[in-house]
Design a protein around this ligand. Structure first.
Ligand code: PHE
Length: 359
C-alpha cells in the first residue's frame, strides 16, 4: 500500500461526502468507505501482511484517514439535517395574519337560547331546575291545582286527551301548562322550595301567535315567610334582567287563576308608535306572565300545611317572551325547521348566556 493511494482515496471520498445532496446518499458513501466491506476497512485488513514498521506507519495513516472521513461525514450530516429542517419550515410556514376561515356552524334555536337565559337569571337568584312528564294525569294537571271536574278553566285550556287505556278508564292528558310540576315537587320535597320548570306544553289552538305545542317556564317558591313582596321583587328583577332594561316599567294587574290567591298578571311597559313595538318606557302595556300566591288548597292537596307555609308561583310562555325580546313577528316558523329562519334568528353556540357576560 502506497501513501499516494491513500491520499487519492481520501480525496475521492471527501469529494463524495461533500457532494452528497441528501442523507441517503451520504449514508451510502459512509458504507462504501467505512462499512464492513468499505474501502478503508479493506485496507485495514491488509495490515497483517506488512512488516512491523510499515504496519505501524500504514496503521496510523489509515486511522487518521478513518477519523477524518468520520468527522467529515458527521459534519455533512449536520449540514444536511439543518438544511432539511429549514426547507420543511419554509414549506410549512403559516401566515398567522390571515383571517380565520369561517367554519360552518349550526345555530342555537331561539327557544333553547331563551331557556338558557331564563335559567341564567333564575339560577343566579338561587332557583334550581325541576322537570315533569309531558303526559299527565288529570289530578296533577287539574284537580290538585284546584281546577275541579266542572271548573270552566278546563274548557279554557283546549286540552288534548289521550284515549283511555281501558274502556271507561281515566284519560291521560298532554299537560296544558307546566303547573303540574308544582304539584309533583311539593309532593316529593320538603320546603323550602325554589324551582324553575322549563318544558313543553300543549293546547288545541293554532294561529300566528298560538301553536298546539309550545313552551312554558314555571316558577315556584314555598317557605315559611314567603309573601307577595317576594313575588313582586323576583318578577320585577327578572323582567328587567331578561329584557336588559334597567328601569323597565313593570305592573301587577289583579287577575284570576284557580291555583293562586291573590293572582296577578304582569305587564311591562312598551310603546307602539308608528306601528313599531318597542319595549321600555311608553304609553302602552304588554302582558307577559301570570302569577300569584299559591292557593292554600293547593298546598293542602300536596300535604303542605298552609298555616305554616306560603308560596308564590308564576308561569309564562317562552315563545311569547322570545318573540318580544327578539322582535319575531310570527310564531309558526319556530317549528318549521327552515334553515334560513334559523340562520337569521338563531344564536351562535358559544354565546352562552350568563348574568356576568350578558344575555
Ligand atoms: N299555569 C298558568 C297558565 O298556563 C300560568 C300560571 C302559573 C299562573 C303559575 C299563575 C301561577 O296560564
Amino acid at each position: 500500500m502506497i501513501m499516494e493511494d491513500l491520499e487519492q482515496l481520501r480525496n475521492s471520498l471527501m469529494d463524495e461526502i461533500a457532494g452528497s445532496g441528501d442523507l441517503d446518499t451520504l449514508e451510502a458513501v459512509r458504507v462504501r468507505a467505512l462499512g464492513k466491506k468499505g474501502a478503508v476497512t479493506q485496507h485495514m485488513k491488509t495490515l497483517g501482511g506488512l512488516e512491523p514498521d510499515a504496519r505501524k506507519a500504514a496503521g496510523q495513516a489509515l486511522n487518521v484517514l478513518k477519523d477524518g472521513l468520520a468527522a467529515a461525514i458527521e459534519s455533512r450530516k449536520a449540514d444536511l439535517a439543518g438544511a432539511a429542517l429549514s426547507a420543511r419550515l419554509a414549506r410549512e410556514t403559516v401566515d398567522v395574519t390571515l383571517p380565520a376561515r369561517p367554519a360552518p356552524v349550526g345555530h342555537i334555536h331561539p327557544i333553547s337560547q331563551t331557556m338558557e337565559e331564563l335559567l341564567a337569571i333564575f339560577g343566579e337568584m338561587g332557583f334550581s331546575v325541576a322537570e315533569g312528564p309531558d303526559i299527565e294525569d288529570d289530578f296533577h294537571n287539574f284537580t290538585a291545582l284546584n281546577i275541579p271536574e266542572e271548573h270552566p278553566a278546563r274548557q279554557d285550556h283546549d286540552t288534548f286527551y289521550l284515549p283511555p287505556v281501558e274502556e271507561g278508564g281515566a284519560r291521560m292528558v298532554l299537560r296544558t301548562h307546566t303547573s303540574p310540576v308544582q304539584i309533583r315537587t311539593m309532593q316529593s320535597v320538603e320546603p323550602p322550595i325554589r324551582i324553575i320548570v322549563p318544558g313543553r306544553t300543549f293546547r288545541a289552538d293554532s294561529d300566528a301567535t298560538h301553536s298546539p305545542m309550545f313552551h312554558q317556564v314555571e316558577g315556584l317558591v314555598v317557605d315559611q315567610a314567603t309573601h307577595m313582596g317576594h313575588l313582586k321583587g323576583t318578577l320585577i328583577d327578572f323582567c328587567r334582567a331578561f329584557f336588559g332594561i334597567e328601569d323597565l316599567p313593570v305592573r301587577f294587574r289583579p287577575s284570576y287563576f284557580p291555583f293562586t290567591e291573590p293572582s296577578a298578571e304582569v305587564d311591562i311597559g312598551c310603546s307602539r308608535e308608528g306601528g313599531q313595538l318597542k319595549i321600555g318606557h311608553g304609553k302602552d302595556w304588554l302582558e307577559i306572565l301570570g302569577c300569584g300566591m299559591v292557593h292554600p288548597k293547593v298546598l293542602q292537596n300536596c300535604g303542605i300545611d298552609p298555616a305554616r307555609y306560603q308560596g308564590f308561583a308564576f308561569g309564562m310562555g317562552i315563545e311569547r317572551i322570545a318573540m318580544l325580546k327578539y322582535g319575531m313577528p310570527d310564531l309558526r316558523p319556530f317549528y318549521d325547521s327552515d334553515l334560513r329562519w334559523l340562520r337569521h334568528y338563531g344564536f351562535l353556540p358559544l354565546d352562552v348566556p350568563s348574568m356576568v357576560r350578558g344575555l
